[in-house]
Design a protein around this ligand. Sequence first.
Ligand code: SF4
Length: 362
Amino acid sequence: MYSFVDAFRDGKTAEKVVQYIKQASGDRRFRIVHICGTHEDAIMKNGIRNMLPRNVEVLMGPGCPVCTVPPNRIDYTIKLAEQGAIVTTFGDMMRVPAGLGSLADAKARGHDIRMVYSIHDAVKIAQENPDREVVHFAVGFETTAPTTASEILAGPPENFSVYSAHLLIPPAMEALLEMGVSQIDGFIDPGHVSTIIGEVGYQAVHDKYPVPQVIAGFEPLDILFSIALIIKQKNEGRAEIENTYQRAVKPEGLPQALAMMDKVFQPEAAPWRGIGTIPESGLQLRPEYEQYDASKKFDILVESDYSMPPGCKCGEVLRAMIYPWNCPLFNKTCNPDNPVGPCMVSHEGSCYIAARYGVEEL
Ligand code: SF4
């Protein structure tokens, strides 16, 4: 039976779009950046790079919410666990390396670090353990920040707090453009984040750096259309925010989610692994909610240091300068069973995704 989704997987339409991309790109080089692990998964799963002419490149930037968390934040939560707190976080965060090892290493040393599927589960753990402090290590972009805000607004127990490592995507896009370390002809804007922030969420980046942006869904034709539209905009001398994912993304986003985030959080300068500190790119709990802010509640000094392992090119991968397979360690000493760098740990890391599906011949 032909379903609604099949319309976005139609081979004949894909051939036509690819033909358009080939004609419209000519022999000019186009470098398009996306910032989303799910987009990278769809690109690799559907062999999209192999459909494109060699002069049209699509690279992933800092779209992995786990790979981008800086090591000192992980060390902070390990220290909390060492002091007797129950630390909860999402599964992908457990194996990411930091100065004191990973959270999984700390758990193996006997500390109480628990994997949860949602912050709500962490609140339940706090309710069930009223004599223990429970700290939820909150990571993720605009997609997960509203759920953190919602739990704080619901009034969790006193022994619950959040250590916020939430990061925001538009400031990271702006940072990539500002750094100018590689040519960026356009952005494929992340589908999930866009459902929350809408088209308007990208306006500030666009005003400062007018490059084409196209919001895209996760089916093969969503992605191919977005590439075609970016090339079309460039050829016509336009730089606009277009939305090819209107079935999920409204121009204004989700106002209720944005209002909750705004009520609970305020933006702050935040460090990103492999990139550095980006102004207004992190979310800190507002003073009204500081009883739930682990960074205020506990006096923890993080002295440990961490630098990328020798040979690891995660910084360049996260800045969309290279593909994972350009790293000399890729699929050799670094692989999903033995990840060397953070981009090989998470299911949303581009190195992990490339290793999982196999390198495309480019
Ligand atoms: Fe780092 Fe491994 Fe990716 Fe190389 S393949 S950049 S070592 S995570």
